[in-house]
Design a protein around this ligand. Structure first.
Ligand SMILES: [Zn+2]
Length: 86
């Protein structure tokens, strides 16, 4: 079964993308973590990046979207376990 997410392309408007084409990107600072989603529009191919809130992030995680770390942490694939680091 393939899950699809709905997102907005700046050119096409609302589009649906299979979760296999979507990546979550975690960016962490000392005070906060931020999650963005990266995908290419299935209609026009435009790369799209959206910053997500906590609820949208959970929805995508539940749908099985893959996570990549921020560039500085790309050598540590277990980034999701490091959300709590205090
Ligand atoms: Zn588009």
């Amino acid at each position: 079964m393939t899950a699809w997410i709905r997102a907005d392309c700046p050119t096409c408007g609302p589009v649906e993308t299979p979760v296999a084409q979507v990546r979550l990107r975690l960016t962490m600072t000392d005070t906060a973590s931020r999650t963005a989603v990266d995908f290419s529009c299935p209609a026009c191919g435009t790369p799209v990046t959206k910053v997500l809130g906590a609820r949208a992030t959970r929805l995508l995680l539940n749908a099985g979207v893959a996570i990549v770390g921020s560039p500085s942490e790309s050598t540590q694939p277990s980034g999701i376990r490091r959300i709590r680091r205090h």
